[in-house]
Design a protein around this ligand. Structure first.
Ligand SMILES: Nc1ncnc2c1ncn2[C@@H]1O[C@H](COP(=O)(O)OP(=O)(O)O)[C@@H](O)[C@H]1O
Ligand SMILES: [Mg+2]
Length: 354
C-alpha cells in the first residue's frame, strides 16, 4: 500500500453476536484492521476463533434473525454494514469477491459452470455472450482446470471437489474485485494447483490493486503470500503485524504456541506439503462463556498474576513494524497480552495502539 492511498477495506470495532440455543454467543469481539490496495492480510487461528463469521459479516451473509453485527466496515469508503441489500448485491462482484470453504454451497447446482461464470462476467461488464464465454474459458484455464471449454457445459455435480473449488475461484476473480476474501480457499487443493492460484491472485493484485484477506491454516501459504498476519483467538485479534514480525518475533503466548512446533518455513515436507500450524494444548473458549480477563488465560502456559484472569489486555502497539519484508516500513506490530516478558521492545500496555 502506498503512503496516503485509501485503504480498500477498513474494519472498525466489528462485533458479531449470534443467537444460539445456549444463549447469546459473542463470536467476534471488537475486530479492527485495514487492508490496503494490493495488500494481503492472512488471518490465522484455530477452528472456532471467528474467522469465517467475521468475513461473512462483512458481506452481509449472516442471517439477520440469528446475527447482530455492529461496527464499521468501509469498502473503498462505503460502509458495508449499513448498505442497502440491493447495493450490497451490486458491490459483490466488482467490489468484493469471496471464496468459501465449501464450494458446493456457492455454486448453483442446476446451472452449468459456463452459465454461472458468463452471467457473473456480463452482470458487471458490457461483453457480449461470445466474448464472455471466451473470457470464462480463459479463466478456467488460468485456475488450472483441464479442458476448460468442455467444463463450461458441465454441471457442478459432474466435477470433482477440487475442480468445483477452482470454478469458484474463477468466478471470484472474474470481475477483478477491489477486495478478495479467500476462506480456506485452497486448503483442499494439491500444492501445485494451490501455487498456481496464488500466482493468479498475485497477478490480479499487481494489475488491479486488489486487497486480499486470506484465511488459512497453512503457514507455507502465509509466508508465501501475506504482507501482514492477523492472529484471531476467541473472536479477537490477539496479535497482528507484518508477516516477518509475527512469524519471526511473535509476542502473544497464543501465537507463540501456534508457531511452537514450526518446522523451517522455507522447506516443504518430503511429500511437497507445507507446514501447518501447531496444535496448542487445551480447548478454545466458548463464545457463550468467554473468560473475563485475557481470553487465552485458561490455556496460557505462562500466565501470570490475578490480572491475567480478571482484566482484559488491550491490543497495543509493541513496535513500529521493525521487520517488514515487503510493503512500507512502519506498519505497527500489535498484541493483546499482559505477558510481554522476554520479547524485546515490548511496550507497556496502554501505550500506543488502539
Ligand atoms: N450459524 C451458527 N450458529 C451458531 N454458532 C455459530 C454459527 N456459525 C458459527 N458459529 C460459532 O461461531 C464461532 C466462530 O465460528 P467460525 O467463524 O466458523 O470459526 P473459524 O472460521 O475461525 O473456524 C464458533 O464458536 C462457532 O461454533
Ligand atoms: Mg472457518
Amino acid at each position: 500500500m502506498t503512503a496516503g492511498a485509501q485503504p480498500v477495506l477498513e474494519v472498525e470495532d466489528l462485533r458479531v453476536r449470534l443467537r444460539t440455543p445456549r444463549g447469546p454467543a459473542d463470536v467476534v469481539n471488537g475486530l479492527s484492521y485495514t487492508v490496503g490496495p494490493g495488500e494481503t492480510v492472512a488471518v490465522v487461528g484455530e477452528s472456532g476463533s471467528g474467522k469465517s463469521v467475521s468475513v461473512l459479516a462483512l458481506l452481509g451473509l449472516l442471517p439477520a434473525r440469528v446475527a447482530t453485527v455492529t461496527g464499521k466496515a468501509l469498502l473503498q469508503g462505503e460502509d458495508l454494514l449499513t448498505m442497502k441489500p440491493e447495493r450490497l448485491r451490486q458491490v459483490r462482484g466488482p467490489g468484493a469477491g469471496m471464496v468459501f470453504q465449501d464450494p458446493m454451497t456457492s455454486l448453483n447446482p442446476v446451472l452449468t459452470v459456463g452459465r454461472q461464470l458468463v452471467e457473473g462476467i456480463r452482470a458487471h461488464s458490457d461483453m457480449d455472450k461470445a466474448a464472455a464465454r471466451r473470457r470464462a474459458a480463459d479463466l478456467l484455464a488460468e485456475v488450472g482446470l483441464p479442458d476448460p471449454t468442455g467444463a463450461l457445459d458441465r454441471y457442478p455435480h459432474e466435477l470433482s471437489g477440487g475442480m468445483r473449488q477452482r470454478v469458484i475461484i474463477a468466478i471470484a476473480l472474474s470481475n477483478s474485485p477491489a477486495l478478495l476474501i479467500a476462506d480456506e480457499a485452497t486448503t483442499a487443493l494439491d500444492v501445485t494447483v494451490q501455487a498456481q492460484i496464488i500466482d493468479l491472485v498475485e497477478k490480479l493484485q499487481a494489475e488491479h490493486g486488489t486487497g486480499v484477506i486470506w484465511i488459512t491454516h497453512d503457514l507455507g501459504v502465509v509466508a508465501g503470500i501475506a504482507d501482514r498476519v492477523l492472529v484471531m483467538y476467541g473472536g479477537r485479534c490477539v496479535e497482528d503485524g507484518t508477516v516477518d514480525d509475527v512469524l519471526d518475533h511473535p509476542v502473544h503466548p497464543y501465537t507463540r504456541g501456534l508457531l511452537g512446533a514450526l518446522p523451517d518455513l522455507a522447506r516443504p515436507g518430503p511429500d511437497g506439503a507445507l507446514p501447518e500450524l501447531a496444535t496448542v494444548p487445551g480447548v478454545p473458549p466458548s463464545p457463550t462463556d468467554l473468560p473475563r480477563g485475557c481470553v487465552f488465560w485458561p490455556r496460557c502456559p505462562v500466565r501470570g498474576d490475578a490480572r491475567c484472569e480478571t482484566e482484559q489486555p488491550p491490543l497495543v502497539q509493541i513496535s513500529q513494524g521493525r521487520h517488514g519484508r515487503s510493503g512500507p516500513p512502519g506498519l505497527p506490530h500489535r498484541a493483546a497480552t499482559w505477558c510481554t516478558e522476554g520479547t524485546s521492545g515490548a511496550g507497556s500496555p496502554g501505550e500506543g495502539g488502539r
